[in-house]
Write a protein that binds this ligand. Structure first.
Ligand code: GAP
Length: 514
């Protein structure tokens, strides 16, 4: 097995080589943590967005959509708390002049400690062979318990200090742990300071009249400020939700791990408005519903876990992450937050406009509570991409295959004429003309058919449809399955049925409802 670092490098290079993702402004040496989605990337990204949108909006009678602007009145961000509290704790190394997130330095230190547990497990596995019981070993081994306790103590102290804004203690912790700068190797650190993550910009032509604005750091606030507009014009009754996808911007300091942490990224968020007092039940409901959505894609139950937050954001009374096993370990993929009535109440007090809902059943007005589900589209892309990319040993060599869930695959099928003559390309194009209104289908006539199969495997196309001389006689084709590589001969008239069943959005949404 390849080490995780190699797997990740492979993900980055495959994404570029096959036209999924390019570095932004590459000809000018790129812009750090900003990426462009290329010809295949944009298809995969659109499919992920659509699968989320349709599962959220089409399948829920009480959820509607919205597409709010990126630029919002600047008071929005005072009300939301982002001007005062959307900060990262930063520390500089005086020798290398490099800037780091203080919490990330500490978390990396703890990650290295925890990697020692894996080493202990590997050693014990070798020593005990078949008799090795991993669970028991983890629960009883003295060294493992000691490392775990140490890690927990460090994380608890860091969380407490950050919560209490005790930045001096965060620095003290870095010094006590003897963390060194990865570039200079020195422990010559500055004080820890808070740094606001919002990007500023200006509206207006003249310097005197320009209005200072922010690029939105989350899409959620566009939903909150429109809450009553949507509720009234859509005659929505609580409980109901508003869903939105769109760009968000954060001036991330530690921007690394490819599209995991970007400065310009896309979110898919849903705010669900509920009566106060019901937040616990709805929070659990949305945790379960969102996990079900992830699991429906078949990327392996073992690759997901919940992480309940100890340190809560300024707006939440409960929060959990759905974590995914990326090549660099389990990390946040989606957040589910019980946001109380914080946002609506704050907008009410900052705007002076009532943000309350009249509940006809309860015969009273109240400020609704909110459960939020928030997932990064790019991060979901990375989850799909990294878990799909596999190197497979075959009898006659290896193949690179992307086992992308079929509903998300950029192309659902590729139509391949066996040779470039005898009317086979014409028949192949007829098939495409028939399928293209329902499915995104590719055409490829270059090279031997085996090489063409490999090319489609490497971009995740679930089916290859080969047109040969027999096709001209009996109107049949061979259809090859990406995952099993099995081939079968079927009538051309059956192709649409097969694709409908296996790759169509409707078929996958039905599975989600089952
Ligand atoms: N409205 C709530 C909110 O924005 P968040 O946990 O800060 O919460 C939600 O972000 C999701 O957005 C994350 O779970 C992650 O998937 C994605 N996300 C956040 N920052 C990101 C970044 N810099 N690059 C890519 N995705 C990001």
């Amino acid at each position: 097995m390849k080490p995780a670092e190699d797997l990740f490098k492979n993900v980055v290079s495959h994404a570029k080589e096959y036209g999924f993702i390019f570095q932004s402004s590459e000809i000018y040496d790129g812009l750090s943590a900003v990426y462009d989605y290329a010809q295949l990337g944009v298809l995969l990204k659109n499919n992920i967005r659509t699968y989320w949108w349709e599962a959220m909006v089409r399948l829920h009678e009480n959820i509607v959509g919205l597409d709010a602007a990126i630029l919002m009145h600047p008071t929005t961000w005072k009300a939301s708390g982002h001007v005062d509290a959307f900060n990262d704790p930063l520390i500089d190394n005086k020798d290398s002049k490099k800037r780091y997130r203080a919490d990330v330095l500490i978390e990396d230190y703890v990650a290295k400690l925890e990697a020692k547990i894996d080493k202990e497990v590997q050693k014990a596995d070798k020593r005990f062979g078949d008799a090795f019981d991993k669970e028991q070993f983890l629960a009883t081994n003295g060294r493992v318990i000691e490392i775990r306790e140490r890690s927990e103590t460090i994380i608890k102290r860091m969380s407490k200090s950050l919560e209490e804004e005790n930045l001096a203690d965060v620095k003290a912790l870095i010094e006590e742990l003897e963390i060194v700068c990865p570039v200079s190797g020195s422990k010559n650190w500055t004080e820890v300071k808070q740094f606001n993550l919002m990007f500023g910009t200006k509206l207006g032509a003249s310097a005197e009249n320009a209005m200072e604005l922010y690029l939105r750091p989350e899409t959620a606030q566009g939903i909150f400020v429109n809450f009553l507009n949507v509720q009234k014009t859509g005659r929505m009754k609580i409980p109901f939700g508003i869903a939105q996808t769109g760009k968000a911007f954060r001036n991330e300091i530690v921007a690394r791990q490819f599209i995991f942490r970007m400065r310009e990224f896309e979110q898919m968020e849903m705010q669900f408005f509920i009566p106060p007092g019901t937040q616990k039940t709805w929070y659990e409901h949305w945790k379960e519903t969102r996990l079900k959505w992830h699991l429906s894609l078949g990327m392996g139950q073992e690759n997901y876990r919940f992480h309940d937050h100890e340190k809560l954001a300024h707006y939440a009374d409960a929060a959990a992450d759905i974590e995914f096993k990326f090549p660099f370990g389990f990390k946040e993929l989606e957040g589910i937050h019980s946001r109380t009535d914080f946002d609506l109440s704050r907008h009410e007090s900052f705007s002076g406009k009532k943000m309350q809902y009249y509940d006809a059943e309860q015969e009273q007005s109240y400020t609704p509570y909110v459960i939020e589900t928030s997932i990064g589209l790019d991060r979901m892309f990375l989850a799909v991409f990294s878990s799909s990319l596999q190197e497979e040993e075959l009898e006659n060599g290896t193949r690179t295959v992307m086992r992308i869930p079929a509903v998300l695959a950029p192309y659902k099928a590729a139509v391949l004429p066996l040779v470039k003559k005898d009317g086979l390309p014409e028949l192949a194009h007829q098939i495409i003309d028939d399928l293209k209104f329902d499915f995104n289908v590719a055409y490829d006539e270059k090279d031997a058919v085996g090489r063409r199969y490999r090319r489609q495997d490497a971009i995740g196309t679930p089916f290859c449809i080969t047109v040969d001389h027999q096709s001209l006689e009996d109107q049949t084709v061979t259809i090859r399955h990406r995952d099993s590589m099995e081939q079968e001969r079927i009538a051309i008239s059956e192709l649409k049925n097969v694709l409908d069943r296996e790759v169509s959005l409707a078929a996958w949404l039905k599975k989600l409802e089952a």
